[in-house]
Design a protein around this ligand. Sequence first.
Ligand SMILES: Nc1ncnc2c1ncn2[C@@H]1O[C@H](COP(=O)(O)OS(=O)(=O)O)[C@@H](OP(=O)(O)O)[C@H]1O
Ligand SMILES: Nc1ncnc2c1ncn2[C@@H]1O[C@H](COP(=O)(O)OP(=O)(O)O)[C@@H](O)[C@H]1O
Length: 484
Amino acid sequence: MSDVRPGDTPPPTGGDHHAADAPGPTAGWADEERAEALRAASTDWPSSDLTDRDLDDLELVLDGLLEPHPLSVPREASTALDRGTPLALRDPEGTMVAVLRVARVLDPVPASDATGGDRAGDDGAGGDADAVRVAGELVGVTRPVRWSFSRLRATPSELRTRLAVHDQVVAVLTDRALHRADVDDLRAEVAADRAHLLLVQLERREAGADTTAAVTRALEAMLHELRVPSTLTLLPAPARLFDDRHDERLDAIAGVLGASRRLRLGRTGVDVDAAIRAGDPVSADATFATVAAELRAAHPPRHDRGLVVLFTGLSGSGKSTVANALRGRLLERGDRRVTLLDGDLVRRHLSRGLGFSPQDRATNVRRIGYVAAEIARHGGLVLCAPIAPEAGVRDEVRTMVEDAGAGFVLVHVATPLEVCEQRDRKGLYAKARAGQVRDFTGIDAPYDVPVDPELRVDTVDTTPDACATRVLDDLVARGWLTAR
Ligand SMILES: Nc1ncnc2c1ncn2[C@@H]1O[C@H](COP(=O)(O)OS(=O)(=O)O)[C@@H](OP(=O)(O)O)[C@H]1O
Ligand SMILES: Nc1ncnc2c1ncn2[C@@H]1O[C@H](COP(=O)(O)OP(=O)(O)O)[C@@H](O)[C@H]1O
């Protein structure tokens, strides 16, 4: 257990493999008068735009819940960063959240040392050669607003004040729902010394907003069953809270929030949580019906969840034809709302004006992925049929869709180039061979053959309808459609 006293900034938790780079300077929020002065002075300061994940990290640092660490900044932005320069740290909307008074500019952590590629990762570096790390004093200017469950949010100092009336405060920090086994542990611990329970939900951004909100509702339902004096609060949870110094960091945070000690939960509840999410049956002995109901509502069975099927393949391979055939079959079934984002149509509307450079193709495919993910977030089934030649961009789309809580199935329409060229429906292969069309996929532009697609279909010896049946059967086998 940590011996951190309320009001203290937690000590660096030791074992830092970049200790030599530790910035040392302080971090904290300015009062409103100083914040106003900083905002007024900031108009011509260099800025760095932070992601939502960076912001979670920054907020915890400014609140004294995590030790400060150098911040990752694009290398080109760093040329103006002399010692003493104020660097405005802005949220994605452009609001200045904090000011970093530059003390030192450091090289990135070598990739082999970095604990993650994420900018919000351990030391905000990730070995990115295009970024440098900047260390210095951090002054918070505008606290990020979090609009969900505001009744459960409090600053650490507000919490400490609220909890100060209790002799004993036992903290539990969790990123998941709690079940009967957890509750038994809790009841024993809390009842034994008549402690007040401080339950802190760590909101993992990568779990998705819908899931973290369901965990909050499930925790409230659990507290209703538990019936002990308690306070539930929510805390953003950047990735580095969960690295190999996880326990020390959580102990320190519990201390700063005003807890006398932290209780570590057993593993049983993890399995119950996973089973409910997977749609498996869970006995009444394992959890409470009210808790399970909240989680099940956020994790419906696959056949009720959104799904994106991305057909990828060369021009003329048959993506559009197979996607249309599949759409017809799905319309016949009638149990799914279907949207077809066909390559040609997308280029006429969503991606009008984009060409076929690698950058424009990536933008085109990302746009398709973004729209598909939003449709799938609401339970829709989306068929997309762009060439999507780059494996990395296809992976990005997968992540976007999965972050939206939906499923992603990659179908490689694996028609050989010779066959596509023979078909040459639009005469483009002939033009590409003649040099009249440049950067044509498969001729003078690359196509990354998918290494590990969920499904590969061959259109050479198979009719479009038979191809659609193969995809349909695969979706049934994976649980994305019910068997008929
Ligand atoms: N240079 C070049 N390379 C490839 N394709 C070209 C090119 N120029 C035009 N076209 C026509 O555009 C269609 C491919 O667009 P996509 O949006 O699917 O491509 S990508 O995913 O952005 O790479 C593709 O249509 P499909 O045959 O339906 O795939 C082509 O007809
Ligand atoms: N099994 C099959 N699946 C899909 N298309 C096929 C098949 N067999 C022949 N074709 C023909 O191949 C062409 C594929 O064109 P299209 O679907 O527009 O490809 P893409 O969308 O990949 O550019 C169509 O003319 C289609 O009739």
